[in-house]
Design a protein around this ligand. Sequence first.
Ligand code: FE
Length: 336
Amino acid sequence: MSRLIPALAAILAFGTAAQAQGELNIYSSRHYDTDDQLYAAFTEATGITVNRIEGEADELIARLEAEGANSPADVFITVDAGRMWRAEEKGLLQPVESTVLEERIPAALRHPENLWFGVSTRARVFFYAKDRVETPPQTYAELADPAWQGKLCVRSATNIYSLSLLASIIEHEGEEAARAWAEGFKANLAREPEGGDSDQLKALVSGQCDVAVSNTYYFARAVSSQVDGLTGSTDGIGVVFPNQETTGTHVNISAAAVTAHAPNRDAAVQFLEYLASDAAQEYFAGQNNEYPAVPGLATTEAVTALGTFKADELNLSALGRNQAAAERIYTETGWK
Ligand code: FE
């Protein structure tokens, strides 16, 4: 993490030309101690004090809704475009006109009406046991092939990552094809879904399954720091970025938005623009082994080692739009 020190120095240089005073209230579902340093650097550069309320995403959404026009929140930060959609649906976000954000953040990673902006990305990929799998699947569609019967691991269908992956398939292939895929995949599960993405990777190590679906940062985390049951065993695990010949690999975001009733709107926009700066991008993404949303910036060593890939360029607002259909399809297939 020593590379983060120069990044912080660069962050401190941000905005020194325009010192402003004020306050900013952030509701965040990210729980990294290192985020404090990012916020402290923003305060140092702008004079704006940052107050942060942390919680589970859906709890924060409920809180924003209950507080209504009296909410002190200015910025909402969470992971997954599907969750931002839940906030959007409840009218909790407001559009932001910012040339900086429009120029810096690729169109696919921000809401078409600028209700939220992707700050970092993660890819939903396949990991496989190299000693047991000679020819790993190369597409999401292949996971539904009977050839993989009893060999796949993935987390629960009610999890937002599972819902968003299916939502992307609905967008590309339509509901009928998505249902057939979900049925085929479910029939190939090595076990009932349990645990998070790290648990699927651990199941590769223990031999419970041969191919696991997981976000990239869970693997990179096991390579770069200590994850019990995984660190030390990652050499036996291979990675596939799916759909390289077609739609590209499904990606999702950590995202930030200005809340509908933000009392400190200008500071909120300033903060979002700050998050889009090179140094803040590398720092924000690096802490969780994600990819910066702004193209061309550095990733951590463990992420770089995964290799480059073509990402799906679907506008991620589609994940929200298809969320309800995804939920229905999983329920219909009996996938828990
Ligand atoms: Fe996660």
